[in-house]
Design a protein around this ligand. Structure first.
Ligand SMILES: NC(=O)C1=CN([C@@H]2O[C@H](COP(=O)(O)OP(=O)(O)OC[C@H]3O[C@@H](n4cnc5c(N)ncnc54)[C@H](OP(=O)(O)O)[C@@H]3O)[C@@H](O)[C@H]2O)C=CC1
Ligand SMILES: N[C@@H](CC=O)C(=O)O
Length: 439
């Protein structure tokens, strides 16, 4: 980038946009010293001109019309921190087509339209940067883009959603209910505009799709990733997991070997000794396993105003400094063969909640069916809470799809027992097996 004064069009002045403006206000000197450029925010697109802002900005910069940014020939970089598909997608397309570089934090947009937008950027001789789209302040995109050229990445696994990690850690620390902690995550600016994107696992799914595209040099649409959320987890699940030596985390993991890609997102029981088990609060962690360097793990704040603004600003600074020597990210168009994880034999946690008088009958039936399907009960616990009896199990020896269809049947036959199934990430249940427990 040749010009000394770089003029920015900012799309959005919410949590991340506010962090970007604050960081520019407090770090302009350092940026100038390091890049020789002066950064100026020229226009800011918002929805509501009257809204109270968390940072002081000249009100004349605010506009509700994207055209005010796109028609300003002085603007050479668009920073998109508004979220969602439309109007972000159309504005970014126009920005790239009219020769503007784009920096975005929008994981949904990248996961769904990354290949097309990167191609459009290349065609128009501009760049599209998206470090903030995964892992908040952790520079994991940069690592995949610019550090692992000689390595073949075999797998990626991690905690990729700050909101869910905050909810699960806070529930574990305080015993507070899920809905209560979700509200706090929203107030702290961690959650998406629609927090269902966080708790149903979609945000992690988008991030895992982006990482997979970059790490494995293949095209992975987000729909290829089996996804479950944390919305059904109750304090008792966290407590029982803990009693049996586990911690519950929302994990996204993907592997690519011999042309086969497999990936999933869902709550998992991690043994307390697992490296990701002690990654708490809003922290994210990503482990990349590759053939030459081995395992690399990165931990840092995965959401929030300043950590995310840091990633956006680092992209902007790289862009201003030429971004030399970095591989244009792949996002190849060829589709890849998807391998289901459903045939995997995996230990699982099963919880049912029933009215007292039915708990004995139902739990006996569950144990018999599990046994009949080749599984075995490793642990069992019965707890009375309010007007319900919670029966929790650790079950071994069954394929994912077999236990899943058994649990679906429990619901199908009208047993109002609120079943919850969570798979164990790593386990040694063959050694810990105690016996088949039947009444
Ligand atoms: N929050 C976080 O910790 C992180 C967020 N991200 C991503 O960054 C992006 C922004 O997130 P966040 O800052 O939390 O979102 P917010 O909801 O806090 O802010 C969104 C901003 O965009 C503006 N906006 C939204 N839609 C429109 C529209 N149609 N027209 C004009 N303006 C619009 C809003 O205007 P107004 O204020 O007037 O309503 C608001 O200023 C998302 O893609 C998110 O996934 C990525 C990493 C972390
Ligand atoms: N809602 C997201 C924000 C960052 O990507 C999260 O909680 O991780």
């Amino acid at each position: 980038m040749k010009q000394k004064n770089v003029k920015i069009g900012l799309l959005g002045l919410g949590t991340v946009g506010t962090g970007v403006v604050k960081t520019l206000q407090t770090h302009q000197d350092q940026i100038e010293k390091r890049t020789g450029k002066h950064i100026e925010i020229r226009r800011i697109l918002v929805r509501d001109l009257k809204k109270k802002r968390g940072v002081s900005v000249d009100p004349s910069l605010l506009t509700t019309s994207p055209e005010d940014l796109l028609s300003d020939s002085e603007i050479s970089v668009i920073i998109e921190v508004m979220g969602g598909i439309e109007p972000a997608y159309s504005i970014i397309r126009k920005a790239l087509q009219t020769g503007r570089h784009v920096v975005t934090a929008n994981k949904e947009l990248l996961a769904k339209h990354g290949a097309e937008l990167l191609e459009l950027a290349e065609k128009n001789g501009v760049q599209l940067w998206f470090e903030a789209s995964v892992g908040g302040g952790i520079p994991v995109i940069r690592i995949l883009q610019s550090y692992l050229h000689v390595n073949r990445v075999q797998s990626i696994a991690g905690i990729l959603n700050g909101t869910c990690n905050f909810i699960l850690s806070e529930m574990a620390r305080t015993g507070r209910p899920y809905a209560d902690v979700l509200k706090e995550a929203q107030a702290l600016g961690y959650a998406e505009a629609d927090p269902m994107n966080d708790v149903l696992g979609f945000d992690t799914m988008y991030k895992l799709a982006i990482l997979s595209n970059l790490a494995f040099d293949i095209h992975i649409p987000p729909t290829a990733i089996e996804t479950e959320g944390i919305q059904q987890i109750e304090p008792i699940d966290i407590e029982m997991a803990h009693a049996w030596g586990y911690v519950i985390k929302l994990i996204g993991s993907a592997a690519y070997t011999e042309g086969l890609f497999s990936a999933s997102v869902g709550p998992r029981l991690l043994p307390v000794s697992h490296p990701l088990a002690q990654v708490n609060d809003v922290l994210n962690a990503v482990t990349i396993s590759s053939d030459v360097v081995g395992e690399l793990t990165f931990i840092g704040k995965g959401a929030g105003e300043l950590p995310t603004a840091s990633a956006v600003m680092e992209d902007l600074i790289c862009l201003c400094s030429g971004g030399a020597g970095w591989r244009i990210p792949a996002f190849h168009k060829d589709n890849v063969q998807i391998d289901s994880e459903e045939q995997r034999v995996q230990t699982c946690y099963l919880r049912i909640a029933v009215r007292d008088e039915r708990s004995n009958e139902l739990s006996k039936r569950i144990e018999q069916v599990v046994h009949g399907l080749g599984g075995f009960t490793v642990e069992k616990h019965v707890r009375r809470l309010n007007d319900q009896t919670y029966v929790t199990y650790l079950i071994g020896g069954m394929e994912r799809n077999v236990i899943r269809s058994f649990v679906a049947d429990l619901e199908y036959v009208g047993l109002d027992c609120k079943p919850l199934l969570i798979f164990v990430e790593e386990s040694e249940v063959q050694e810990k097996e105690i016996a088949y427990v039947a009444g």
